[in-house]
Design a protein around this ligand. Structure first.
Ligand code: FES
Length: 82
């Protein structure tokens, strides 16, 4: 299931980030880009962290993740790699 549309990321990708050590939404974003666009998937990322037993870390709007905007992600989804 696609979790992040801005930076096409599946639930399995997110779980893989968590299994690889991501313990915050920002860390997931740094690893795979999920949650760094429009931000609408950040609740789902937090929920996956909670389910894995790593919830409770506050969302840091000024954290390491830099919003990159949805347009880039959607363009990447529609365009084949060069
Ligand atoms: S849907 Fe994930 S950042 Fe926009």
């Amino acid at each position: 299931m696609l979790v992040c549309l801005c930076h096409p990321t599946t639930d399995r990708d997110v779980d893989s980030c968590i299994q690889s050590g991501a313990r915050s939404v920002e860390a997931i974003g740094a690893m795979c880009g999920a949650g760094t666009g429009c931000g609408s998937c950040r609740d789902e990322l937090r929920e996956r962290l909670d389910r894995a037993g790593f919830g409770g870390e506050p969302d840091d709007p000024q954290g390491a993740a830099t919003p990159r905007g949805c347009a880039g992600g959607l363009v990447a989804l529609r365009s084949p790699p060069a």
